[in-house]
Design a protein around this ligand. Sequence first.
Ligand SMILES: Nc1ncnc2c1ncn2[C@@H]1O[C@H](COP(=O)(O)OP(=O)(O)O)[C@@H](O)[C@H]1O
Ligand SMILES: [Mg+2]
Length: 243
Amino acid sequence: MEIIAKRKDKVICRDGDKLIKMFDENYSKSDILNEAINQARVAETGLRIPRFREVTVVGGKSAIVMDYIEGETLAALMEKYPEKRGEFLRMFVSIQRDVHSRKHLLLTKYIDKLKMKILSSELSASTRYDLSMRLDGMRRHTHVLHGDFLPSNVILASDGPYILDWSHASQGNSTADAVKSYLLFRLSGADGFAEDYLDEFNLQAGGSREYAMEWVPLIAAAQLARATDPVKKAKLLQWTVEE
Ligand SMILES: Nc1ncnc2c1ncn2[C@@H]1O[C@H](COP(=O)(O)OP(=O)(O)O)[C@@H](O)[C@H]1O
Ligand SMILES: [Mg+2]
């Protein structure tokens, strides 16, 4: 078995044609099963994603087993060919739009997830109340949302792109999913790329920056619930209150 990536609470390995995601003992079992069921559900929409094989135990650790996809991630390709960054960005957005064109009625509703996180955040009671009222006012949509759509979660294989990492999948408003990606880029310090990304998304989706900005405080507030890094926390707090 070859280790592909190590995270603080999981290890991602390759074993021949299989990709094995192994989780630490203290990783929430319901989160592991939720990631697996999201992957199984999203496969039913016809999107090209690694085929789910099984949830099992490897060396005492819970693991999700899926097909290994041969190729490079869009993140690696953007790094390797900076002159083609614009081309990769357009491809990245059009793949995300393909995700948004799908439906699966059993996926969790993004609004519900946001609300739960906002209500469990450390924000003041009045801010939590205000944000949850604003969420209630947003129009309901049922598009498949990836929730962590980043270039490291897309692999370009010889037969085309595959989309990975469905742990945050849900259904809802596609602009909200774009704003999630936008904020993840900004949180990682890639502000210039974040703006180029949002412009490209709005261009392809026919959306406006103003409308996208309505989602910023809602999504930033929800992210606060899991943020531990003080610099990221400060940014999220600022985005929660400034808009
Ligand atoms: N099915 C797969 N085939 C090939 N590589 C994969 C596959 N799944 C994950 N990877 C590689 O491992 C990395 C991390 O996996 P990912 O599922 O995105 O975990 P994380 O939740 O840590 O981001 C990916 O960016 C990709 O490089
Ligand atoms: Mg990932």
